[in-house]
Design a protein around this ligand. Sequence first.
Ligand code: C2E
Ligand code: CA
Ligand code: CA
Ligand code: CA
Length: 281
Amino acid sequence: EAKGNDFRVAVYGPEMDSGRIERLALLADLRLALITHPEQFVLQYQPKVDVHSGSVTSVEALVRWHHPTLGVVPPDRFIPLAESTGLIANLTPLVLDAALRECAGWTAEGIAISVAVNLSARNISDENLPGRVAQALATAGVSADQLILEITESSVMGDPAQTLPVLHQLHDLGICLSLDDFGTGYSSLSYLQRLPVGEVKIDRSFVLGLAGDNRANSRALIRSITGLGANLGLRIVAEGVEDQPTLDELRSLGCDIVQGYYISRPLGATDLRTWLARESA
Ligand code: C2E
Ligand code: CA
Ligand code: CA
Ligand code: CA
């Protein structure tokens, strides 16, 4: 058994499909870009709006990769790659620093909003994360209560013994943790009390469900989440809001904050400023 040949066979063998070659090429580019061209990673910001007052409470930073030949690569194409290869450990600090820099700018301009950054499972398994985040906040001159870190249930529950201490340290810094894509993962509502989260984001699939054939199910699920949120003192966000009837229904179901194309698509930093100025006018 010539073990040494396995790799070559795997890479150049006839079974090698074009999807896999593409993936390897993208991975090579990703690794290079993270090291030598971090400016290729550009953030867009999507507003999260108070469902009663309509005011913007925060914006979620969503990363795009401006690839030199492929154009704009959406996160769904490279985040999973970054996660499976460990490169997410390099990407998240880039995103965090850029988001905090932008947030410091808003504060200086008198715009009082928080910024939300997405974290992956690997990030919250890293015991050095809380120290790094504290350092990033200090460097940017942003206070901890202006930062929201979005985590998913599955990334927490993958290895709770490892992730829970990290989450508690982040919470102790004064950062708001937000449980993203809620309802799609383990969904152990009882576990929610043990997590140091201040916000829960109901996944878009349930919000979409409000307009579907099974709307009674979505409505019941959302009502149970908002009821729990009220009891536990959690802010409830609904993502993926695409029309006014859905927004009205989410308000009546007890959601606090809405986010989605109906309010605004994710915007570049400049467009966001224009949008915010128009909203507050
Ligand atoms: P997510 O955190 O659930 O982000 C919401 C996604 O839904 C975003 O897609 C957003 O553009 C999209 N969206 C927002 N409102 C609507 C709507 O009304 N309708 C529809 N159809 N879609 C809506 P995006 O930007 O492509 O991001 C996809 C996912 O990539 C994110 O899902 C998040 O899991 C991940 N991601 C994005 N940026 C980062 C990052 O900096 N770090 C990490 N770890 N993950 C990221
Ligand atoms: Ca998110
Ligand atoms: Ca989400
Ligand atoms: Ca989602």
